[in-house]
Design a protein around this ligand. Structure first.
Ligand code: NOJ
Length: 564
């Protein structure tokens, strides 16, 4: 299957590359012609598939994850003709494109929703409308106690209809009603439309929560309350099976589901090939090993915990979607790498490059399909904004409001938002050291990280020791070594700072192939414990430090050994 042997590159269009070729030239907003102008860079990296975050028509309440027309393009990104050109130019370079399928909700500006405001409209039942309750004092209250993903309400009262509608995300993102077969038919048409245009599959947004079995009150919860009524429901599985059987299986395509709060048992069902639902999914556990309350409050990082969680998924699922970053996360070098706090020993930034490479080694030596988020391949870091006013993310703003309500002081609120905000990954790609990092000739929609003169694509392109060239090297290596892609994952050892694992497989000539990987997530030089040293006999294929291997791991180093 082509999607198993491939590597996916995620583009978050508004931050990728601006151009002068749309209705809004140099508007500080990345666009489709901008993407076309950078396809060669994506090809050179060695990735074969692009996941395109939403480019559809949208009022942008949640940066395009609120769609007002699934079959049209947001003019800020370009036109349908630009999109067709993107498919053609990608194909010419043997690059496939998967689209973002956001079908849990639409925008409240979608025609379906506008019509559904009328209780008599056939579109009424496309969404989840409910009369609400009256409390003891005779006041109107929402239909249940659910809380939302953006730290806010889940019900909005609509004066025109005299009822509430459900929105698990922002109030501008009303949830669709999957008990209504017409909604499923609409989704099938959307899938066909994009597959016929040339898409090779879909990344499916929050796809394990689309079916709401009941609207009863939820159990008290610190995070999202009410989830037991809609997470991984039988009806959800049935919808996915129907879409797969009736549409997706007729095309050469794949799906990767974004599955929120997913547990291994659910994930096994969702990805079981014989059930025909999803091809693979994104789980979140590994990025939350140093976080409390989902990903919002930081706690101490331990390599042992990370290996334990990874092992659970590597062994538990037949095939994993591998990722360390996306547009909802923070930069991995600032999360698990040496940039994770500013109290590190040595010069600031001393281990930035090495730890970025070590993390590349981690992702690219696991079993599954790796996804690389734009900028990850050059080791981009978290933003350097100085205050909440500079943050655009609707989730961070919701969180700030909620924390304020609970009396959490400003400094603490900022500390947590800084550590978790999705804007960390949404700053423009740093292409070169010219103004605005070569992203735009206008004013960028979100601040450019001030480290762009040091961290940028152009300066890394011809530097053999750069993070970029390390990614290129590992991607090429992975393409040539079946064992790194398909081999078994074998955890060996981990403590607070280091981890060791192996990849093993039997080749066609019946000889076992084996790799040992050791990673250091700390500022200390660490000796490999004696009892594991025999596992390191063989050839050093590469290391993050570029140094020879002498039985110790240098600070933030990672090594890959081919055993003999
Ligand atoms: C997950 C997407 O990745 C995120 O960016 C978005 O805010 C929510 N789903 C809602 O669509």
């Amino acid at each position: 299957m082509w999607w198993k042997n491939n590597i996916v590159y995620q583009i978050y269009p508004r931050s990728f590359q601006d151009s002068a070729e749309t209705e809004f030239p140099n508007d500080g907003f990345g666009d489709i012609p901008g993407i076309i102008s950078r396809l060669d860079e994506i090809k050179e990296l060695g990735t074969g598939v692009i996941w395109l975050s939403p480019v559809y028509k949208s009022p942008d309440a949640d940066n395009g994850y609120d769609i007002s027309d699934y079959l049209d393009i947001n003019p800020k990104f370009g036109t349908m003709a630009d999109m067709e050109k993107l498919f053609a130019e990608a194909k010419r370079r043997d690059l496939k494109i998967i689209m973002d399928l956001v079908i849990n909700h639409t925008s409240d500006e979608h025609e379906w929703f506008k019509k559904s405001r009328d209780p008599k409209s056939p579109y009424r039942d496309y969404y989840i409308w409910c009369p609400g309750k009256i409390d003891k004092r005779g006041r109107r209250q929402p239909p249940n106690n659910w809380t939302g993903f953006f730290a806010g309400e889940t019900w909005e009262y609509d004066e025109q209809s005299g009822e509430y509608y459900l929105h698990l995300f922002d109030k501008k993102q009303p949830d669709l009603n999957y008990k209504n077969p017409s909604v499923i038919e609409e989704v099938k048409n959307i899938l066909r439309f994009w597959l016929d245009k040339g898409a090779s599959g879909f990344r499916c947004d929050v796809i394990n929560i689309i079916y709401k079995t009941s609207l009863e009150d939820g159990k008290k919860s610190l995070t999202v309350q009410g989830m037991e009524h809609y997470k991984s429901q039988e009806g959800n599985h049935a919808v996915l099976q129907e879409l797969r059987r009736i549409v997706l299986d007729k095309y050469d395509c794949f799906t990767v589901g974004e599955t929120v709060f997913v547990e291994l048992e659910d994930a096994k069902l969702l990805c079981d090939e014989s059930r025909k639902e999803l091809n693979m999914l994104f789980f979140f556990d590994h990025l939350e090993v140093d976080r409390r309350v989902a990903r919002f409050i930081p706690k101490k990082f331990r390599a042992r915990k990370l290996l334990e969680v990874m092992t659970k998924w590597q062994k538990g699922l037949d095939w994993c979607a591998l990722y360390l970053e996306n547009h909802d996360q923070t930069r991995i070098v600032s999360h698990f790498g040496a940039e994770r706090n500013n109290k590190f020993p040595g010069k600031p930034g001393q281990y930035w490059q090495r730890s970025a490479k070590m993390l590349a080694l981690f992702e690219l030596t696991l079993r599954g399909t790796p996804f690389i988020f734009q900028g990850q391949e050059i080791g981009m870091t978290n933003f350097d904004f100085t205050g909440i006013e500079e943050v655009n993310d609707v989730e961070s703003r919701g969180l700030n409001k909620l924390m304020k309500k609970f009396g959490i002081p400003k400094a603490l609120r900022w500390k947590w938002i800084k550590a978790s905000s999705r804007d960390n990954n949404r700053t423009p790609v740093q292409w070169d050291d010219s103004e605005n990092a070569g992203f735009t000739k206008g004013k960028p929609w979100l601040g450019v990280n001030s480290n762009y003169k040091k961290i940028n694509y152009a300066s890394q392109k011809n530097d053999p020791n750069s993070v970029l060239n390390f990614y290129k090297k590992l991607i090429a290596l992975r393409k040539e070594n079946r064992c790194l892609v398909h081999g078994d994952f074998i955890p060996i050892h981990a403590d607070n700072r280091i981890m060791i694992y192996q990849r093993k497989c039997v080749t066609s000539s019946a000889e076992a192939e084996e790799y040992t990987i050791a990673l250091n997530f700390s500022y200390r030089k660490i000796r490999i414990p004696k009892k594991f040293i025999s596992l390191f006999s063989g050839t050093l294929i590469t290391s993050a430090s570029g140094e020879q291997w002498d039985g110790s791991l240098l600070p933030w180093d990672g090594i890959l050994i081919k055993n003999n």
